[in-house]
Each structure stands twice: as structure tokens, then as C-alpha cells.
Design a protein around this ligand. Structure first.
Ligand SMILES: NC(=O)c1ccc[n+]([C@@H]2O[C@H](COP(=O)([O-])OP(=O)(O)OC[C@H]3O[C@@H](n4cnc5c(N)ncnc54)[C@H](OP(=O)(O)O)[C@@H]3O)[C@@H](O)[C@H]2O)c1
Length: 290
């Protein structure tokens, strides 16, 4: 990865930080992005001690103005971007709107990767052969409900239902993005990291557990480090898509937690679902890859 510039969102903690660390160790010039300046600087300093200089930028990815400021900072400082890892993501127990009036889980998991990729497209194209890596999660693959992309009709926060729907939407958007960019030298692929013992997972509240499991929840929590993947395993698929020579020129691929090619879930391939997600992203962001 020497000579390559890589941006990883959500890289102050968890899978994103490990992805940034491993790509820096492979020799890439890494741009780390976090919401809080202090946390971003601390994570960058920690990685830098081991892997050389890492740049820390700050942005709230749930905010379109924040995404634009981030893209401006990147394009001002860098002539080219070789890899964009849209790693930041997560779920919200309650339906809540961002400053732009967008439902927050959809905003961070789907709209932010779409908008950031559009905004950075000229810088990615300047790299000649660039890669976009989007992270899915939960249990993606159900049918996309075009009328409930932002939980307008029904919002099931915990129990992962809305999160699963958002990650299926992210996959649908990524698949469409890959076909739109087929000729342009920029590939778009999706990584599934598996279930990992990250700060995000550790913060899962009791009501996220189905009733039957709640009595065992403290034990499940205690056993978390044994039951869930460590960061090395969880970052394997994104590091593979970002850096493996095998993936050179490959677009529209989905890889599992062991970084093996996997079949796309049917919900993400449905034409109607893809179109609905794509139109929603265009409408909310005012951006198109063109
Ligand atoms: N952990 C799992 O088991 C698992 C399983 C499948 C998929 N995934 C997916 O893998 C990715 C990483 O998950 P993780 O568990 O490592 O996450 P995590 O521990 O919750 O860390 C999330 C990272 O994203 C950043 N972030 C969250 N919202 C943001 C926002 N609005 N603006 C800017 N940064 C924001 C956080 O930054 P701050 O420092 O600002 O909080 C943090 O660096 C996510 O897309 C997740 O959906 C995770």
C-alpha cells in the first residue's frame, strides 16, 4: 500500500480503527475520521506510534454539511484518494432525526457512504484505480420497503430490524453504485465484518436482547470477548477489499467475514428496492455520481 492514500470513516474505535491501523502498517498514508477532535487525535496518535504518520480529521457523518466540509478538506490536501472505506455505522434504539431532518440510522449507514462517495469521486478518479469499501452488518437481505426507508411507517430500533433494513439498503445502493461506475476506474465492494467485540457492540442495552435471552444477558456480556470476533478478525474483510491485489479491478463484490466472495442477498439486488434507495439518496443529498 506504499504510495496509496486511504480514508477510513469511524476510525476512532472498533473495526474502523483496526482497519486504519492495518492499512497504515501496510504502508498506506491513512486519513482517520472521527466525530470528536480529541478522540480522533488520540486514535491517530496511537496508530502513528506504531505505523508512522496518520492524519486525523473530524466530521459528523450524519450531517450533510459535515460531509461536505470533510470532502473539502480532503480535496484541498490530497490530489488523489486511492481507497475510501465507509466504515462508520451503527443503530439507534429510538427513531431520531438529524439536523438535516433525516432519520439517523439511515443517515449514517446509507446516506453518508453515498454522499461521501459522490463528493470524493473526482479525487478517487484522479487515483486511476481507486476502491470504495462499504461495511454492511446485522442480518441484511430482507425485502426493502421503499415506504419505510427512514422508519416512517414503523421503527423497530433494537431487535436490529431497522438496522438490518438500513444495511440491506446500503448494499442495494453499493450494488447500484458499482454498476454506475463500471467504466470509471473506481470499484465499489461490500464487506461483512462478522460480530465483533467493539465499543458499539459492548454498549448494546438490555432491551436489545430478545426477552428469552435477557436473564442470560449479563453472562453473554461477560463472555463477549470469547464469543465475538476480535478486531483482527473483524477488520479482515475490509482490509482485504481495500488492499488485496486479488481485488484489483473487481467491482460489485460482496465478501463475508472470512473475506470470501459471497452471494448478494436477494433483497439487495431487487431492482425496485435499489431504485428506491438510490432515489432517496439523490433526493436527500442533492448529489449524483455524474
Ligand atoms: N461490531 C459488530 O459486531 C459489527 C457487525 C457487523 C457490522 N458492523 C459494522 O461495522 C462498522 C463498524 O462497527 P463497530 O462495531 O466497529 O462500530 P463502533 O465500535 O460503534 O465504532 C463506530 C465508529 O463510527 C464512528 N461514528 C459513528 N457515528 C458517527 C457519525 N455520525 N459521524 C462520524 N463518526 C461516527 C464512531 O466515532 P466516535 O468516536 O465519534 O464515536 C466510531 O469511530 C459499522 O458500519 C457497523 O455497522 C459491526
Amino acid at each position: 500500500m506504499r504510495g496509496k492514500t486511504v480514508l477510513v470513516t469511524g476510525s476512532t474505535a472498533g473495526i474502523g480503527r483496526e482497519t486504519a491501523r492495518r492499512l497504515a502498517l501496510l504502508g498506506a498514508e491513512v486519513i482517520l475520521v472521527g466525530r470528536h477532535p480529541e478522540r480522533a487525535r488520540a486514535a491517530a496518535a496511537e496508530i502513528s506510534r506504531e505505523a508512522g504518520e496518520v492524519t486525523a480529521l473530524t466530521a459528523d457523518l450524519s450531517d450533510l454539511a459535515g460531509l461536505r466540509r470533510l470532502a473539502d478538506q480532503v480535496t484541498e490536501r490530497y490530489d488523489r484518494l486511492d481507497v475510501l472505506v465507509n466504515n462508520a455505522g451503527g443503530m439507534n434504539a429510538e427513531r431520531r432525526l438529524t439536523r438535516d431532518g433525516v432519520e439517523a440510522t439511515f443517515a449514517v449507514n446509507v446516506l453518508a457512504p453515498y454522499a461521501l462517495t459522490c463528493l470524493l469521486l473526482p479525487t478517487l478518479r484522479a487515483a486511476g484505480a481507486a476502491r470504495v469499501v462499504n461495511l454492511t452488518g446485522g442480518m441484511p437481505g430482507g425485502t426493502i420497503d421503499p415506504g419505510n426507508l427512514q422508519g416512517e411507517k414503523k421503527y423497530l430500533g433494537w431487535r436490529f430490524a431497522h438496522y438490518n433494513h438500513a444495511k440491506t439498503a446500503l448494499m442495494a445502493m453499493s450494488h447500484r453504485f458499482a454498476s454506475q461506475l463500471e467504466e470509471g476506474g473506481v470499484t465499489v465492494n461490500v464487506a461483512y465484518p462478522g460480530h465483533a467485540y467493539t465499543p458499539g457492540n459492548q454498549a448494546t442495552p438490555m432491551r436489545a436482547f430478545p426477552y428469552l435471552y435477557r436473564p442470560a444477558a449479563p453472562l453473554i456480556r461477560l463472555l463477549g470477548p470469547l464469543l465475538l470476533s476480535n478486531m483482527t478478525k473483524a477488520s479482515r474483510s475490509s482490509v482485504h477489499l481495500a488492499s488485496s491485489p486479488e481485488m484489483e479491478g473487481v467491482t460489485g463484490a460482496y465478501v463475508d467475514a472470512k473475506a470470501r466472495r459471497a452471494a448478494w442477498p436477494s433483497g439487495a439486488l431487487d431492482e425496485g428496492g435499489q431504485q428506491a434507495v438510490w432515489s432517496e439518496c439523490e433526493r436527500l443529498s442533492g448529489l449524483t455520481p455524474g
